[in-house]
Design a protein around this ligand. Structure first.
Ligand SMILES: Cc1cc2nc3c(=O)[nH]c(=O)nc-3n(C[C@H](O)[C@H](O)[C@H](O)COP(=O)(O)OP(=O)(O)OC[C@H]3O[C@@H](n4cnc5c(N)ncnc54)[C@H](O)[C@@H]3O)c2cc1C
Length: 1020
């Protein structure tokens, strides 16, 4: 937040209010909103609402999306299939993959039930395309006939039919492929009396080149709309389309650049005499948008122009304050700011992101009725604000009816505000209001090529088509008008403002099993600035807390063993939980160590601290269950009990790349199961280990139960060679793991000692031509270059389908240019240096050897161990046979039809840690899942960042032995299993059985599936 842009106290006040509200408990936000609402003019609202619903139903006769929704409900297999087909089909360049996609999406749905049923020619044509498609792929009875027909016609018949259906859908959702086409369509009178706001919609830019091209198309659109300024149309812009790094951490660079671009567009719009509105996007970007919008509004060149606008999302807890801020901005700059009130388009993804980040509360409401109430409160605020010109964007008859009736009640007319709706949606809703009552309505009109836009719009439709949405409910014949028009105020009062019961707070995500680790909002500039200041100073790295004598450490651990094993598991689990709390309380100390000793960036350091806390709480929970005696079934007169017991002294040998999380994960797993453990950190990161062990002691773990052994390979070798060590848990390289395995086996006097090894991988990501390039590139950059590629899970080998390789690599290159490489202590940094000189030399050696194959690399600071993120092109995936533990990404291509062979060749490398897949075809995902020999498969997401308990982590083959860390089978490996069987007949028999009526016993035995008498006795 930059207070320079709060020109007057009202704006500063609104900004302060927003900070308070941002993560406030939902009831505390909802209560004042409810209090601010006037008494409802309920009868008038209901009457108006009924009339609007009647208009809407009539409007459905010409409204594509409404009819589409009526025909293919979002919760039906057909609706989802059609939308997911539309999301991907047009971008698939090759026939083979297109056919697979069609077969995948339309194979299982019941299209024939829809054919000819809709009154819409368009919907019917689309349906027929799909019916034929399904027939041809062999599910329909007439498949044979059709196949023969196609064979004769020699046409790629199905593809064409589906292609035509998709083009029709494109026309439904997109106003025009070019701005001229869109304006012509508006002029045709399809939307008589309506104006439009055109948006050159698309995905957020991933590269500066994409951002430039969006800028150019906005500029061209302003010129075109300006030529017809008299028609009253406007332009909407998305800031995320204008900059690939529109993020809090990059604010210092992004805000001035975005401000300059917005200003240029705003000046052009002012000159052309047309309004320009900035769309509202993810809540993490809201605060940034204020600085950009305020700077533009204050520009002297725009004096006298009332066209600048912004959108406000009612689902945000900050919505009403944003309206106040906008009014303040208008007052400060002597203009009326156009404010478009929407409910918000990113609800699901915002909820998910907040859960992932472990933040204290959501920035938005979790109940639909609360969003509706917030919308109404914000609408009241806007209607009473002199320096704004409100626009109410909604397709909800209740919302619109309420605003009309409220406005009337306070003497406002259609001249004081306008309504807005999306192209294709809510047809009919506003017709009578515009025609008969003089209200104004603007249509938000997406413009662009169908290939790019359909994917985007379909995702938005899925959002708007969610069960709670009005458009969806309108299509539901089971809902009455009373249901559709139910008063959200009544609902919100009934809920007491409480959050939705099935959307737990992020901290409660894993309850009742355990508490989730707490995150920090790294999208908050104030938080980032504070952390930057505190991390800037040098940190004293204390590495003197451990011993260097392996034998002495083992002696200490062995001596402490019996006493520690006798501590009840409940008590040991509590210590782990206390340790998790301490880690979180002192996390900034950990950040400093991780940044300065392990060269982690701030987001990586935070992720690591959270993972460490998660390991502690997860294993505490697991141990409580696992360490209980387990009664096993058997014949009467016998008891059988399985118990897990500690093995003794463990050696835990940890890597430098997760010096806190993996180090502690290994240690606490051993401890909680009653073992003592000698902890041996990597020689590069002893200070973090010293810190972690001190915390464990503070949490109650006795010194003898956890001796710390610092040093290098020599100490490690001495430790595992010690005969008293009963188990080894290791994460690191394959050669070291093998050395350990040999050392454990070669000593004939030693029992066979278990080794849990987690090693590296040649991790591949497979991308087919149905994938969305922007998503793929985002995930490649994260997977290959985050942590400077120094994660076991990192992407090493990118395998892109040949047909899309050029475009993907081009976008990847652009995204790499947007990376910031530098000091990890600075929050702006994406990629820091590698761990040490030896690693640097190895990686630079590989780079030099492959110099002729480098297709992309980026500049790095000269001083420091910075290995440039680099893309190396291979002729064949077989060329890569080693793991390069750094930011070097090898790329090869594959052809359609080669998927199985490609997977077999990846498997043949012998590693099996992680694999990524980007594809929209479920059957492709199934094929990869069935064939890939990997521990962790990630589909349509990045390949890093496994979450404890959700994505247990670990590989197979050369990648490790298992069991997986953070998974349900891990702790058992630290234990021996002991079974005690007692023949109770020899000690007087089973008294209970003898006292039983035999019929009852048989009955009980049947009920319990024949489980033995001990269990029966419990059930009794
Ligand atoms: C002209 C126009 C411009 C737009 N511009 C933007 C923009 O700049 N930024 C943007 O984000 N969106 C924008 N939208 C999209 C807009 O957010 C959606 O169209 C809108 O949310 C749908 O609301 P409704 O009143 O039509 O439908 P309703 O069915 O009444 O409301 C649906 C909305 O309620 C909210 N919701 C659903 N479930 C819950 C829940 N459990 N808890 C809390 N809230 C919930 C969501 O916001 C959902 O979209 C725009 C829409 C229009 C018409």
């Amino acid at each position: 937040m930059d207070s320079r842009f709060d020109f007057i106290p009202a704006m500063a006040l609104a900004r302060a209010e927003m900070r308070r509200l941002h993560r406030m408990a939902e009831p505390d936000v909802v209560a004042p909103l409810l209090a601010a609402l006037p008494d409802q003019v309920e009868a008038a609202i209901m009457a108006r609402g009924r009339a609007l619903i009647a208009d809407l139903r009539k409007g459905q006769a010409s409204g594509w999306v409404n009819r589409f929704m009526a025909e293919y409900r979002m919760d039906s297999a057909e609706g989802l299939a059609l939308l997911s087909l539309a999301e991907a089909f047009l971008r698939v360049p090759d026939p083979a993959t297109a056919d697979l996609l069609i077969a995948d999406k339309i194979g299982e749905a019941d299209w024939r039930a829809h054919s000819g049923r809709s009154s819409s020619l368009l919907v019917n044509s689309a349906t027929w395309g799909l019916v034929l498609g399904r027939a041809v792929i062999g599910v329909e009875p007439q498949a044979g006939v059709l196949r023969r027909l196609i064979a004769r016609s020699g046409e790629p018949f199905v593809r064409q039919a589906v292609g035509a259906a998709m083009k029709l859908m494109g026309e439904v959702f997109v106003m025009g492929r070019t701005i001229d086409e869109a304006m012509a369509r508006m002029r045709k009178g399809e939307n008589r009396g309506f104006t439009a706001s055109f948006d050159m919609l698309g995905e957020a830019a991933r590269t500066f080149a994409d951002a430039r091209s969006y800028f150019d198309s906005y500029e061209a659109a302003i010129a075109a709309v300006g030529r017809a300024a008299g028609e009253g149309h406007s332009i909407s812009v998305k800031l995320s389309a204008l900059h690939p790094r529109y993020e809090a951490a990059q604010a210092d660079a992004a805000i001035p650049e975005l401000t300059a671009m917005l200003l240029e567009l705003a000046r052009a719009a002012a000159r052309a005499g047309i309004p320009l509105t900035v769309d509202a996007e993810e809540s993490a970007r809201l605060d940034l948008s204020f600085d950009i919008i305020a700077a533009a509004a204050a520009d002297p060149a725009l004096k006298g122009w009332d066209g600048l606008g912004m959108a406000v999302q009612a689902y945000s807890k900050r919505a009403r304050s944003v309206c106040r801020w906008a009014n303040g901005l208008g007052e400060a700059t002597g203009r009326r700011i156009k404010v478009r009130l929407v409910k918000g388009a990113y609800w699901d993804s915002e909820i998910k992101a907040t859960q992932e980040q472990g933040l204290p509360d959501y920035p938005l409401f979790t109940r639909k009725a609360h969003t509706d109430v917030s919308y109404l409160a914000a609408a009241r605020e806007l209607l009473a604000s002199p320096h704004v010109e409100p626009a109410f964007a909604s397709h909800n008859a209740r919302t619109v009816a309420t605003i009309v009736e409220w406005a009337r009640a306070i003497g406002k007319s259609g001249a004081d505000f306008e309504f807005q709706r999306l192209h294709g949606m809510g047809e009919g809703l506003y017709e009578a209001l515009v025609r008969e009552e003089g209200y104004r309505c603007r249509i938000y009109a997406p413009v662009g090529g169908h290939r790019d836009l359909l994917a985007y719009l379909v995702r938005r439709l899925l959002e708007n088509g969610a069960n709670t949405s009005f458009v969806h409910q309108l299509a539901d014949a089971d809902l009455s008008e009373e249901d559709l028009l139910a008063d959200p105020v009544v609902k919100a009062r009934a809920s007491g403002g409480l959050p939705h019961p099935s959307i737990p707070l992020p901290i409660d995500l894993f309850e009742p099993l355990r508490r989730n680790s707490a995150g920090i909002d790294l999208n908050d500039r104030a938080v980032l600035a504070g952390l930057k200041d505190r991390l800037a100073g040098s940190v004293g790295l204390r590495a003197d807390g451990g011993g260097t004598d392996a034998a002495a450490c083992v002696t200490a651990a062995a001596d402490a063993g019996p006493a520690w094993a006798a501590v009840p598991v409940e008590r040991r689990a509590e210590m782990l939980e206390r340790l998790a709390d301490l880690i979180e309380e002192r996390r900034e100390e950990a950040f400093a160590l991780l940044v300065h000793e392990a060269r982690k960036t701030l987001p990586d350091a935070l992720a690591e601290v959270r993972e460490a806390a998660d390991f502690c709480r997860y294993y505490a929970r697991q141990a409580r269950d696992l360490m209980q005696p387990l009664e096993l079934p058997g014949p009467t007169g016998e008891t059988n009990v399985l118990r897990l017991a500690p093995r003794g002294v463990w050696a835990a040998v940890a890597p430098w790349n997760f010096p806190l999380a993996i180090f502690l994960g290994q240690v606490v797993a051993a401890l909680v199961t009653g073992n003592t453990v000698v902890a041996k950190p990597a020689p590069q990161t002893p200070a973090i280990a010293v810190w972690a062990v001190a915390l464990a002691r503070e949490a109650g773990v006795p010194a003898g139960a956890l001796p710390l052994l610092t040093g290098g390979a020599e100490q490690g070798a001495a430790l595992v060679a010690d005969r008293r060590v009963a188990g080894v848990v290791f994460t690191g390289s394959v050669p070291t793991a093998k050395r350990i395995a040999r050392a454990l086996l070669e000593d004939d006097a030693r029992p066979i000692v278990p080794l849990i090894a987690e090693t590296g991988g040649i991790n591949a990501m497979i991308v087919d031509s149905t994938a969305l390039p922007e998503q793929v590139v985002r995930d490649i950059v994260t997977s290959a270059f985050r942590s400077a590629g120094q994660r076991c899970s990192a992407l090493r080998l990118l395998l892109v389908q040949e047909d899309i390789a050029e475009r993907t690599l081009e976008m990847l290159a652009g995204a790499m240019d947007a990376l910031v490489i530098g000091d990890p202590a600075d929050p702006v940094t994406d990629v820091g240096p590698v761990i040490d000189r030896a690693a640097y030399d190895r990686l630079m050696g590989c780079r030099a050897a492959m110099a002729g194959r480098i297709v992309k690399t980026v500049a790095v600071p000269e001083a420091g161990l910075f290995v440039p993120p680099t893309v190396i092109r291979l002729d064949s995936l077989d060329e890569l046979d080693a793991e390069w533990f750094g930011p070097l990404l090898h790329v090869a291509t594959w052809q359609p039809g080669d998927l199985e062979d490609t997977i077999a060749r990846i498997n043949a490398k012998g590693f099996g840690l992680t694999m990524g897949l980007h594809s929209r075809i479920a059957r492709v995902a199934e094929t990869v899942e069935a064939a890939a020999q990997v521990g962790n498969l990630y589909v349509n997401r990045s390949m890093i960042g496994a979450v404890v308990g959700s994505q247990p982590f670990g590989g197979e083959g050369l990648s490790g032995t298992g069991p997986k860390a953070g998974g349900p089978h891990y702790l058992a490996r630290f234990c021996v299993e002991r079974v005690t069987s007692i023949d109770t007949t020899s000690a007087g028999g089973n008294a209970w059985l003898l006292s039983l009526d035999v019929d009852l016993y048989v009955g009980l035995a049947t009920e319990t599936g024949g489980i033995g008498p001990r269990l029966l006795s419990r059930q009794r």
